[in-house]
Design a protein around this ligand. Sequence first.
Ligand SMILES: Nc1ncnc2c1ncn2[C@@H]1O[C@H](COP(=O)(O)OP(=O)(O)OP(=O)(O)O)[C@@H](O)[C@H]1O
Length: 791
Amino acid sequence: MAKKKTTSKKKTASKKMSLKPSKQNTIIFGSLLILFSIALFFSFVSFYFTWQDDQSLLTEFSDRNAEAKNLLNKFGAAVSHFFVYKGFGVASLILTFLLCITGLYLFLNLEKKGLLKKWIWGLTFMIWISIALGFVGEAKPLLGGMVGYEMNDFLKDYTGTIGVVLILLFGLVFILVRFFKFSPDKIRKPSFGGSRTKTAETAPGEDHIDLGEEPLIDDAEEAPVVIDTYTHKKDIPSLKEEEPAKSDFEVNVPVEEEAEEPLSMEVEKIVEEKEETDNIADKLVEDFGEFDPTLELGNYKFPTIDLLDPHGVTGGITINQEELEENKNKIVETLKNYKIGISQIKATIGPTVTLYEIVPEAGIRISKIKNLEDDIALSLAALGIRIIAPIPGKGTIGIEVPNKNATIVSMRSVIASSKFQKAEMQLPIAFGKTISNETFVVDLAKMPHLLMAGATGQGKSVGLNAVLTSLLYKKHPAEVKFILVDPKKVELSIYNKIERHFLAKLPDSDEAIITDNAKVINTLNSLCIEMDNRYELLKKAMVRNLKEYNAKFKARKLNPNDGHKYLPYIVLVIDEFADLIMTAGKEVETPIARLAQLARAIGIHLIIATQRPSVNVITGIIKANFPARIAFRVTSKIDSRTILDAQGADQLIGRGDMLYTQGNDVTRIQCAFVDTPEVAKITEYIGSQRAYPHAHELPEYSGDESGTSIDYEIADRDAMFREAAEVIVTAQQGSASLIQRKLKLGYNRAGRIIDQLEAAGIVGPFEGSKARQVLVPDLVALDQLLNNEGS
Ligand SMILES: Nc1ncnc2c1ncn2[C@@H]1O[C@H](COP(=O)(O)OP(=O)(O)OP(=O)(O)O)[C@@H](O)[C@H]1O
C-alpha cells in the first residue's frame, strides 16, 4: 500500500513537474519570490534597528497581542533573527538579492542556465563576507552573524589569527580571479580591454625580446596612437566576447527568446537540434574563449602611419580665389554665348578638380548643355573638363574643371582619416578623395571584384598599391591572403617580403609572386578547387557566406575534425590582364569567369588591371561579373565605354585622376598616392616580424602539361574515362573544360582524365592556349583502339 502511495505521489509530482513550464505558474511563483525577497530585505534592514527591542518577543511568537517593531512585525523579527543573527549577519542581504533574481528569472521566463551559477557565487560571497565580518567585528554578532562568529572561532582554534587572515585572503583572491576575472595584468595596464588580450598571449619575456628590435620599437613608440587605434579595433570583438561571461543576464535573454517563445512544434524541433551544438559550443567558448585566428601571430604589429610619406601636403587644399573667379566668369560667359542663363552657381574644390554646380534658368534643356561640353572645354582652355548633367539626386548640372595646381592626396592622409580608421567593413579600401574632399572608402568584399583600366602611366600601379596598402593597414595576416600575378615582373615584386605573412601560392612553386603566365593557369584552377572546397565547407556548416562561416567557427560551433578551419579572404591581383589573355586566352578566361561568378560568397575577390581595355581583353563575360570598375585616363572614348559603359575616362587628367563605378553612379576620385619606397617600408616592417612557417598553401592542381610523362595503368583509369574519350572524339576537341562541362566533373578530375587520354594516345600533348589535338578520328576507331588495348 505504502509503495503504491509513494508511486502515485511520484506520479502526481511528475505531473506537476510537467505542468511547471506553463507560463502562468512560473509567473505566479516568480512574482511570489520577488515579493518575498522584498519582504525579507525590509525585515533584515529594519532588524538592525529593532533587534534589541524585538528580542524578547521571539518566544511570544504565537501571542497575537504582542507587537514587534520590525517593519514586518513578528514575522520579520523571527525570520531576521534566524537569517541575520543566527545565520550570516549583513551577508544575509545577498540572500534577498538571490531570491529576487530567481523571482525575476521565473517572472520574465528567462533561460535558467546562468541561475545556478549566480546562486553558487552568491552563497560563496555570503560565507566569505560572513567570516570576514565575523573576524573584524568579533564583538558585534550582527555583522557576521552566528555562522561568521562560529566559523572564526573554529578556524582560530586550529590555525590562529594569522591563519584566519591568510584563509580569508585566499578566499578573496579566489573570488577576484574566478568571479571578477581579475588578473595581475590589469594592474599593469588597467585602461583597455585590448591590452588584456595582448598580454594574455605575450609572456613578459617575449615583450622584452620585441623591445630588443630597435627599429620596430622606435616606430611603435613614435606613433603609439596608430598602434593603439588598431589594437582597439582588433580588440573590440574580444571585449564583446568577454562581456557575456561577466553578465550572463544579457546573453540569456536572446537565447530564451529563441527557445521559449515559439510554441509550434516545428520551431521547437529546430531549436532542439541547435541547442545541442550550441550548448557544446557555448561551453567551449566559456572555457577557452572564442577562437582567435590571430593567435598564432599574436604579437603581430600593424604597420604604423609614419611609414607613409605626407608628400609635402600638410594642410588641406589651398584655395586660389582668383582662379575660382576666373573659371566662374568663363563658364557664365560661355553659357551666355549659347543663350543659357544661370540662376545659381556653386563651387566645390577638390584635390585635383573643382566642381562648379550650376542651376540653369527655367526652361533650359539639359541636353543642350551636355552637347556644349567641347565648347565649354575650349573656352576654359583646360584638359579634363567633364560635364555631369544632371548630377544624380541633386537637380543641378556639374562642370568639373581641373585645378591649375593639383594637390597630391597622400596615402597617409586617407589611411589616417577617421572614415577609414572606423570603417566597419570586411575588406576596407581607401582609394583616395572625392571631389568634395571626402575620403572615399569602399568594401572590396561588397564589390565583389574590381576591374581597373587605364592607359600606361596614368596611375594604375599606384592604384593597386593603394588597394594593397589599405588592406595591409587594416587586416591581420590571418585574415587575408593575396595572390599576386605580375607579368611585368617588377611592379609587385616588393611584396615578396611579406610572402610568409600575407601571400598564398601553390604548394610546389618557389616564387609566391607569379610572373610566368603558364603558372597563372595552374593557380587559377587551384583557386577554383579552393572555391569548390570552400563551398563544400559552407554547405556542411549550413551558412551562406564566409562571414557567417568564420563567425560560426570563431564561436566554436564548427568542429575542426570535420575539416572546418578559419578561412581567410583571398584577394587575387592581376596587374596586366591583357598580357595574360594574349598568351593564354580561354585557359585563363574560363576560370576567371567562373571565379568571378561564384567566388563572392566564399571570400575570394579578384582585382584585375589592364592597360588595354579593348573588348577582346575585357570580354562580355568578364565585364558582366565585374560590376565595380575603375577607369584611369584612357586614350579614347571607346576605351572609356568598354570599361565604364559611359564616356568620361578619356577626359580625365591622369596622375591618379580616376572614375569609379559600381553599378550606375560614376564618382570622380583622386587616387591616393603611395610611392614604391613607402610600400617597401611597409613590407619591410611587416616582413621583419615573426611570420608563418610558409606562405598560405593553395590546393594542389596538376595542370595539363604535367601529364605528358605519366603512364597510366589501364586498371587505374577513371570510371568516366570511356565517356570522356567519346565526348572528346565526337567533338574533335581535346580540352579538359569540355569534359568538365559535358560530364559535370571537377577541374581536378577532368585534368586527370585528359592525362589518361593522352597516355592512351587519344589526344596529343599540351599545346598552351590551344586545345589538344585529337588523334582518333571517330567513335569506331576509338572502339577499336580500346578493344585492342584490352587484348
Ligand atoms: N594618385 C597619384 N597622385 C599623383 N601622382 C600619381 C598618382 N598616380 C600616379 N601618379 C604619377 O604617375 C606615374 C605613373 O603611375 P603608375 O606607375 O601607377 O602608372 P601605370 O598606369 O601603372 O603605368 P604602367 O601601366 O605603365 O605601369 C607615377 O610615377 C606618379 O608620378
